[in-house]
Design a protein around this ligand. Structure first.
Ligand SMILES: Cc1ncc(COP(=O)(O)O)c(C=O)c1O
Length: 380
C-alpha cells in the first residue's frame, strides 16, 4: 500500500463485532475475562486497548517501523523514551529542539543522574567530539522547532550505529509524509501527535515507533509501568486526523511556500527561516531526505520586539497560540511561549532571538492569509 492508502487503511481496522467502518472507540478501562487466565486479547486499557492498537499499528506502518505506541502527550512519549537511559549515561540533543524537550533533559533527566549535552547537529565532527564513552542516545529534531534547522539524519544515525548509540528522531514537524527517519537508520521515532498527525488542535497526544523487538518490548514495558498511554477517544481523534494527513500536508506546504515568498524581501522582515529556501543552510540535505519542506515558517522582524508585539496584536486570521500543525493558522512568539523554558542566554545562543515569530501556516485560503500578514506587518 502506498502512503495515502495506508493513511486510510493501515492498522487492524475491520471491526469484528458489527463491521463498523469507522474504528470503534473502546471507551473501557477493563475487559471481561473468558475464564481465569483467558482473555480475548485485552485485559486492562493501560496495558493495551483495541482503539489505541489501531492507531499504534497505523503510525508504525506510516513510519516503516516495527511497532507503534500511543501516549497521552508528546512529552509523555519523550519521557517514556528517556527512561531507556540509566544513571551514569550521557545523551546528546540538538540545541534548538522544542523547549519542552530541552526542559525534560535539562531539568528532569539530569536529576536522575543522566548527563546531557546540547549542540547544533549540523557537523559530524562536532557530534563525534561530544561523544563520551557513556553516550547512549543521540536525540535529533528535523526540521527543528522553531528555527527549521535541518539535521542530516543518515549522518547522525551512522555516527551512532558505529558506536552502538541509540538514535531518536522527533518527526513531529515533517511527519512521515515528508520524512521517514527509520529509512535513514534511526532506532526510534517520536511524535507529538497533537500537531500534524491529529491536525485539528483538538487533542494532545504522542507516539513512539520502534525498529527492533528489544526496543518494542522495552517501550511496551515502560508505557505500562509508567502509565503514559493515550485515551481511546484521543486515539480515535488522531486516527481520524491521519486519514487526511497526505492532503493536508500537501496544502500546508503549498500555503507555506506562498507565505515564504511574501515574507522574503518584505521591508519589515529581517530573515525568513524555511528549509525550502535555496538560501537555507540545510536546503540541499532537506531536498535529499524529505519529499517536502512542511508548513511551519519562522521569521525575524527588522524592528525587534516592538514590531513583534504590533504584529501579534494585529493578526486577524492567524491566532496567537501555542502549538502548530492544525488546519487553522497559528502564530507564536518562541521567546516567551514555546521556548520560555530555555534560559535566555541559551536560547539566544541557539539563535532563537527576541525578534523571532513562528507561523504554523494553516489551510485557509492563501490570499486571506497573505492579506492578514500584510496588514499585521504594516509599520505603525
Ligand atoms: C517538536 C515537538 N516535539 C514534542 C512536543 C511536545 O508535545 P506535546 O505538547 O504533545 O506534549 C512539541 C510540542 O510543541 C513539539 O513541537
Amino acid at each position: 500500500m502506498r502512503f495515502e492508502t495506508q493513511a486510510i487503511h493501515a492498522g487492524n481496522r475491520p471491526d469484528q463485532t458489527f463491521g463498523a467502518l469507522s474504528v470503534p472507540i473502546y471507551q473501557t478501562s477493563t475487559f471481561v475475562f473468558e475464564d481465569v487466565g483467558k482473555t480475548r486479547g485485552y485485559d486492562y486499557s493501560r496495558t493495551a486497548n483495541p482503539t489505541r492498537k489501531v492507531l499504534e499499528d497505523t503510525v508504525a506502518q506510516l513510519e516503516g517501523g516495527k511497532a507503534g505506541f500511543a501516549f497521552a502527550t508528546g512529552m509523555a512519549a519523550e519521557a517514556t523514551v528517556a527512561h531507556l537511559l540509566k544513571p551514569g549515561d550521557h545523551v546528546i540533543s540538538g540545541d534548538d529542539v522544542y523547549g519542552g524537550t530541552y526542559r525534560l533533559f535539562q531539568n528532569v533527566v539530569q536529576d536522575f543522574g543522566v548527563e546531557c549535552t546540547f549542540l547544533r547537529m549540523d557537523s559530524r565532527e562536532r557530534i563525534e567530539d561530544a561523544i563520551r564513552p557513556n553516550t547512549r542516545m543521540l536525540w535529533l529534531e528535523t526540521p527543528s522547532n522553531p528555527l527549521l534547522n535541518i539535521v542530516d539524519v543518515e549522518m547522525v544515525a551512522d555516527i551512532a550505529r558505529r558506536r552502538n548509540i541509540l538514535t531518536v528522531a522527533d518527526n513531529t514537524f515533517a511527519t512521515p509524509y515528508f520524512l521517514r527517519p527509520i529509512e535513514y537508520g534511526v532506532d526510534l521515532v517520536v511524535h507529538s501527535t497533537t500537531k500534524y498527525l491529529n491536525g485539528h488542535c483538538d487533542v494532545v497526544g504522542g507516539a513512539v515507533v520502534t525498529t527492533t523487538d528489544d526496543l518494542t518490548q522495552r517501550i511496551q514495558f515502560l508505557l505500562n509501568a509508567m502509565g503514559t498511554c493515550a485515551s481511546p477517544f484521543d486515539c480515535w481523534l488522531v486516527l481520524r486526523g491521519i486519514e487526511t494527513l497526505p492532503v493536508r500536508m500537501k496544502q500546508h506546504e503549498e500555503n507555506a511556500l506562498a507565505v515564504v515568498s511574501f515574507l522574503n524581501g518584505h521591508p519589515e522582515v529581517e530573515r525568513v527561516f524555511y528549509p525550502g529556501l535555496d538560501s537555507h543552510p540545510g536546503h540541499e540535505i532537506a531536498k535529499e531526505q524529505m519529499r517536502g519542506f512542511g508548513g511551519v515558517v519562522s521569521f525575524e522582524t527588522r524592528r525587534g520586539i516592538t514590531a513583534v508585539n504590533a504584529f501579534l496584536k494585529r493578526m486577524e486570521i492567524f491566532s496567537l497560540a501555542e502549538s502548530l500543525g492544525g488546519v487553522a493558522s497559528l502564530a507564536e512568539y518562541p521567546a516567551t511561549m514555546s521556548h520560555a523554558s530555555m534560559p535566555e542566554d541559551f536560547r539566544k545562543r541557539a539563535g532563537i532571538t527576541d525578534g523571532l515569530i513562528r507561523l504554523s501556516v494553516g489551510l485557509e485560503n492563501i490570499d486571506d492569509l497573505i492579506d492578514d500578514l500584510r496588514q499585521a506587518l504594516e509599520p505603525s
